[in-house]
Design a protein around this ligand. Structure first.
Ligand code: AMP
Length: 284
């Protein structure tokens, strides 16, 4: 595996690969890799000649400095996992490389309604930071395809909008969520949970699945949503931030949903002070 910390040398390498007519897949991550990330990597490897995995904990997308400080980092182990899976390229730049002016707030991006609901509402500035770092990565790597997890469903909509509005030529590929045996969505943040916390956190998945099943059985959306909220409330150690049923195309909430909507049930909650998100698609 080739490892680059420098933009220019990565671009030089990729230009040579392009001359050989090799297609390039990009898997952007913040490291502390797990099987979810590796599934994205695996799909990219199947669909492209060269796969670039980027590992960069992007300060501009953290609206909470404590969250940034506590974000798990283990580059040596990540490198080991990537080598084991025969990843072609690891790009792990420094802050100085990605923000040479040292100014995280130099440019802001807006995503309209997407920023007013769920993750957008509860993490102000988060999607602007995501949009900026992905714009940088798309420019640097100029990938044919870029891989993102359904686990971050709203982020997928942000990426779709970013690609459309800024005319990036990369194709968005969305990969289903990889889960632990108990249903808990894999996440780098899970490393901060105790074993008990991981069991408790699986209730997020159970609650959203209950809502999915109720809606599929014909229950009214709001009734189903309230049932999910109540189920999760039975666990006093889980602090819910939001629990919404949305149309995944534009993230309008339950009240606006029509029979043609592509429905998803989304939750964000704190377990042992760790903020977790999850979602499931309804009728799919
Ligand atoms: P992160 O390192 O958390 O920023 O995630 C990098 C990419 O991996 C994002 O596109 C995530 O949506 C995706 N991802 C994270 N967790 C999972 C998972 N459990 N299953 C599938 N994809 C995931």
């Amino acid at each position: 595996m080739q490892i680059f910390k420098n933009i220019k040398s990565l671009q030089y390498f990729l230009a040579e690969e392009r001359q050989k007519k090799r297609s390039v897949g990009l898997v952007p991550t913040m490291g502390a890799l797990h099987e979810g990330h590796l599934k994205l990597l695996n799909q990219s490897q199947k669909e492209n000649d060269i796969t670039v995995c980027s590992i960069y904990v992007n300060p501009a997308q953290f609206n909470n400095t404590d969250d940034l400080k506590k974000y798990p980092r283990d580059l040596d182990h990540d490198q080991f996992l990537l080598e084991k899976q025969a990843c072609d390229v690891l790009f792990s730049p420094s802050d100085k490389e990605m923000y040479p002016e040292g100014n995280l707030n130099g440019i802001k991006l807006g995503f309209g309604k997407l920023e007013q609901v769920l993750e957008g509402k509860f993490r102000p500035g988060h999607f602007s930071g995501v949009g900026i770092i992905l714009s940088k990565l798309f420019h640097i790597v100029n990938s044919d395809k870029a891989y993102f997890g359904q686990k971050d469903l709203q982020q997928c909509s942000v990426v779709r909008k970013l690609i459309e509005e800024l005319f990036f030529s990369t194709q968005l590929v969305i990969v289903p969520t990889v889960r632990e045996n108990n249903g808990l969505a894999m996440s780098s943040r899970n490393t901060r949970l105790s074993e008990k916390g991981k069991d408790l956190a699986a209730n997020l998945y159970h609650a959203i699945t209950k809502v999915k099943n109720l809606i599929e059985e014909g229950e009214k959306i709001e009734v189903a949503r309230q049932a999910g909220i109540s189920t999760l409330k039975e666990q006093p150690k889980i602090r819910q931030e939001y629990f919404e049923v949305i149309d995944k195309r534009d993230f309008t909430t339950a009240a606006d949903i029509t029979p043609k909507s592509e429905i998803a049930v989304c939750v964000a909650a704190f377990v042992e002070e760790v903020r977790l998100i999850d979602n499931v698609l309804v009728f799919s």
